[in-house]
Design a protein around this ligand. Structure first.
Ligand code: SF4
Ligand code: SF4
Length: 253
């Protein structure tokens, strides 16, 4: 028997897949004739893993979170269908998704264009779906979360002006050849997010000092865990160290 779906039903279903944030906004402009609501799902990228990026651990973590998001979208659509509502995965590029997330009051845009959330700062991945069910939209005030510190821009190894612009994407492709995309440098240096309190992680200089080392990690103890992670599964620092680029030529993975 059909029943009316609530926002709580959607959030409950999504939470079964570890999706911590769900937002609702009008589906106007989606191009769909029947869609009334765009539902945005956002899942956490864990700070300690993001801190190791670029690393294969970061890569695998991102893959896992994308699979969880995809499953959650699928199951929420199935639940809506089972209760008599049309639903389907929304097709949006990263910019459109970030705009929809802002409208759904999941967060605000940071200085490099990345969506920032109160809970996890920029350390989230998102997916979305269209629903014929109509929900009330969040009426919270727009909250500006970006502190304007410019850490995200200063930490960018590619000097990209915007997250996921063509420069950022090209840098990501270079890293992918070494099995250690995504870059994630702008994600780890952002002070926004309650996850920073959970992990008591406020030593931002640590990030910049590491990036400023002229060659590969010189073995400083403070970087031990990150260096350890990066020693497995991907070529260390090939994208930013030309001499290592040459060195790896003779290596097998
Ligand atoms: S790093 Fe600073 S400037 Fe960049 S998005 Fe975060 S708070 Fe804003
Ligand atoms: S992911 Fe890396 S390359 Fe892309 S904007 Fe962030 S720091 Fe720059």
């Amino acid at each position: 028997m059909y029943r009316q779906m609530t926002k709580l039903d959607i959030a409950d279903k999504a939470s079964q897949f570890g999706i911590g944030l769900v937002g609702f906004t009008s589906a106007g402009g989606s191009g769909s004739e029947w869609a009334r609501t765009t539902v945005i799902l956002a899942a956490q990228l864990m700070l300690p893993i993001v801190e190791t990026c670029p690393s294969i651990w970061g890569l695998e973590h991102e893959k896992t979170v994308k699979i969880l998001l995809s499953k959650a979208v699928n199951r929420v659509c199935a639940m809506l269908n089972a209760n008599g509502y049309k639903a389907e995965r929304a097709v949006m590029n990263a910019d459109e998704l970030a705009d929809a997330a802002s409208r759904a009051k999941l967060g605000s845009r940071g200085k490099n264009g990345r969506i920032l959330t109160k809970k996890y700062g920029p350390r989230v991945l998102m997916d979305s779906l269209l629903s014929a069910a109509e929900f009330s939209y969040d009426d919270r005030e727009d909250e500006e979360l970006c502190l304007g510190c410019s850490n995200c821009l200063n930490a960018c190894p590619a000097a990209a002006g915007k997250y996921e612009d063509s420069t950022c994407a090209a840098y990501g492709e270079t890293l992918a050849k070494d099995f250690k995309n995504p870059c994630g440098k702008c994600l780890r240096v952002c002070p926004v997010g309650e996850d920073r309190f959970l992990y008591d992680s406020f030593n931002f200089q640590k990030y910049f000092d590491e990036d400023n080392f002229p060659v590969r990690n010189p073995g400083a103890k403070i970087y031990g865990p990150w260096a350890h992670v990066r020693n497995y599964g991907s070529y260390p620092h090939a994208a930013i160290s030309p001499e290592f680029e040459r060195e790896k030529e003779g290596r097998l993975i």
